[in-house]
Design a protein around this ligand. Structure first.
Ligand code: ZN
Length: 496
């Protein structure tokens, strides 16, 4: 986007924000002129239920902000107990940011992401803060960290892998915002500053944040994802981030940690996953059926997590297949292989990765049309090479599209499931291919979340990263043994 359009978007954004602010504190975005093409999800939101908003429709809490203007964070210090204040990620999936503070004056921001919706959705502005813990590299947890560093000089704490993946994620976010004309609250100078702001910590290593001790544990969601244990005001707090207790091909499952206050992600509250190995078998069988009838199996998958899982599943179960990989996952996977201690059976990942054929050029892409299987981004068919492949392969009914997870409202994958159509280069196009959906999620389901929470034996559970209904389902199963809190964005919970 040229400078004029960028400035135009910026000025329009600020004007709309000021206008909506005057409407009484509910932020409504009023019909912008952004050109919508591909999605914002190419950078690897991880397939969790995120609502995608359409431009022109009323949209809450999307805004541009400047330091000191819009933070919901209270100005008064904490008198006693521990305060949890959600800037985003309460009552919703993604867009996470929560400030934890006690009366010692120590405070930390847990994650600072943006929801990769259209246009993206930001958490409320963070207060001035010295420390942030970034649980993992998905954009709904890491996307706004450059703003934080650029405006407050915050130190970012994370695993080695999260820190090393951040550059890929931020540069992609920046690039997509430019292509699609979305205003982003940070610029390249903030990005460069953020790359210098990391403090990497190993799993199990003790480190201090102000007057607190902290320690990372494996969260089981993607390689490098952490749960954070903190000693705060004589209480043990565990923040799960996105987590799964089930092992997946690339990461082993999270183990419970005894704590007093458990901050639990609840994405899949009330929803039960099928047995993981049975689902993998069903998936492989479907791939083999498609190939045996002479078709190509197109498998849309996220760049950071699902794509690598699919490659490993196919390498283990059907090494005779010709599998091509196309998308940003190549750089992500290389970074994973540089941190083998954070990957489950890293040698097998290396083997599987070298076994599949990575698409590097236009001619590689054409060759992939004759493959048995194409694994490609984006995972929800909102753009990326997946659209190109579907467009080229949609006329042969022997071909199939195998979806590996949830398809959000408003996504291309959702339209395909509901209407058998897909937006292809701006045009809603019929796609008469077999479409089969599988559940290869790397978030704990209801049963795993409840078992995990009980095994941590906390007094309090705060459920975040969940819409209201899933959070209530978890509360129903956990109470009355523990006190369950279901927070709202912009409000504080104080636990004595
Ligand atoms: Zn995630």
């Amino acid at each position: 986007m040229n400078d004029f359009r960028w400035r135009y978007s910026l000025i329009s954004g600020i004007s709309a924000y000021l206008f909506s602010y005057r409407l009484g504190g509910t932020y409504w975005f009023l019909g912008f002129h952004w050109k919508i093409q591909d999605s914002f999800t190419s950078s690897g939101n991880d397939g969790v239920p995120v609502r995608i908003h359409h431009v022109g429709a009323p949209l809450q809490s999307t805004m541009l902000y400047r330091a000191g203007r819009t933070s919901t964070y209270p100005e008064e210090p904490v008198e006693s107990g521990i305060r949890f204040h959600f800037l985003g990620g309460a009552g919703e999936v993604g867009n996470v940011g929560c400030v934890i503070e006690d009366q010692s004056g120590t405070k930390v921001l847990m994650d600072y992401g943006l929801a990769p919706t259209k246009p993206p959705k930001y958490p409320s502005e963070a207060p001035s803060i010295d420390h942030a813990i970034i649980t993992h590299s998905h954009i709904d947890h890491i996307g706004m960290a450059p703003w934080l560093v650029g405006h407050h000089g915050t130190t970012l704490h994370g695993s080695k892998l999260t820190s090393r993946l951040s550059e890929i994620m931020w540069r992609d976010t920046y690039k997509v915002s430019r292509i699609e004309g979305y205003p982003l609250a940070w610029d390249k100078r903030d990005l460069d500053a953020a790359l210098e702001a990391w403090q990497e910590h190993d799993m199990g290593e003790q480190f201090s944040i102000g007057s607190w001790n902290a320690k990372f544990h494996v969260a089981g969601h993607i390689p490098g994802a952490v749960m954070t244990e903190m000693d705060v005001n004589c209480k043990k707090v565990l923040w799960t981030g996105d987590m799964d207790t089930r092992s997946s091909p690339n990461v082993s499952g999270a183990l419970p940690v005894k704590c007093d206050i458990l901050c639990l992600e609840g994405t899949y509250g009330g929803k039960y996953h099928p047995d993981r190995s049975e689902e993998e078998e069903r998936f492989v069988k479907r791939v083999l059926d498609v190939v045996s009838r002479g078709g190509v199996a197109i498998i849309p998958a996220f760049a950071s997590g699902r794509g690598q899982d699919v490659i490993r599943i196919l390498h283990d179960a059907a090494p005779h297949l010709e599998v091509h990989y196309d998308g940003m996952g190549t750089r992500v996977t290389q970074t994973w292989m540089d941190c083998p201690e954070l990957v489950h059976e890293p040698k097998s990942l290396r083997k599987a990765w070298h076994w599949c054929r990575r698409v590097r050029s236009k001619s590689d892409r054409k060759k992939a049309l004759d493959a048995d299987v194409i694994v490609t981004t984006s995972g929800m068919l909102d753009g990326g090479p997946a659209i190109w492949y579907v467009n080229r392969l949609r006329h042969n009914p022997a071909n199939a599209i195998l979806l590996t997870g949830y398809q959000a409202e408003g996504s291309g994958g959702r339209m395909l499931l509901d209407e058998r159509k897909l937006p292809i280069y701006g045009k809603k196009t019929p796609v008469d291919l077999e479409v089969t959906q599988f559940s290869l999620s790397n978030h704990a389901g209801h049963k795993e979340l409840v078992e995990f929470a009980r095994a941590c034996s906390p007094e309090h559970v705060i459920i975040f990263h969940a819409e209201r209904e899933p959070a209530m389902a978890l509360a129903t199963d956990l109470e009355p043994d523990v006190k369950v809190h279901i927070p709202e964005n912009g409000e504080s919970i104080v636990i004595e």
